[in-house]
Design a protein around this ligand. Sequence first.
Ligand code: AP5
Ligand code: MG
Length: 215
Amino acid sequence: MRLILIGPPGVGKGTQAALLESRLGLKPLSSGVIFRSEIDADTDLGHLANSYIKRGELVPNGVTIEMMAKRIRSEEVRKAGFILDGFPRTIRQAEALDTMLLEMAMPLDKVISIEVDDDVVISRLSGRMGCTKCGEIYHSINKPPKREGYCDKCNSPLFVRSDDQPETIRERLRVFRENTAPVRDHYQALGLLEVVDGSQDPEAVYEAIVDGVGI
Ligand code: AP5
Ligand code: MG
């Protein structure tokens, strides 16, 4: 199965990718998660990415496409399929992905667009926390950890993302509308798009995705 999850910041892409992985064994590939691990590892790519991410801007297409292409072309991903979360985010990235998948004879099954209003996104991102070790995603109101500040699954400390500040969130929403909304339209024109209402609780969103994909 080869899926793309597309949607504004904070709509729940990472939450749904984790559910699809744990329940169906699909392999999530999140460009944001990969960039953050490069930042943590203090690599050159991490330094470059951080200078854009902290402002809510997109990392340049060239390095982003190269980073994702390496993983998509890997033996493991060829065999297991993927759920792309956060990529492609520009028309140039979408066209590069389409070409790559055509060359590999690995067509996409579906592109799931998760959609909610901006005010929901802002409240979700304002309370988000993530696990420093396993990446589990929490929310201070919608999904609080059992022990404050620590992960339920692996007991490691939780952290707040540096781009989850009100001004950066507004900029990420603007960047989404300008650059990523056209990607949604691109896949709609190709007949691959399924729209899911992201304002429901995570279980209901999951069911809608599974229904939309037909699995
Ligand atoms: P990225 O990491 O992709 O961030 P994003 O797209 O802004 O999305 P988020 O991760 O913030 O939200 P999400 O949709 O995963 O929501 P989540 O499940 O966490 O990208 C970060 C940055 O990296 C970009 O700004 C850019 O700079 C750079 N970048 C990444 N990819 C790039 C690319 N391809 N090209 C160029 N630059 C790139 O949920 C959010 C919160 O809501 C959580 O607290 C969760 O518990 C809660 N929640 C989730 N679902 C529900 C629900 N149904 N009901 C109630 N609460 C919910
Ligand atoms: Mg995410």
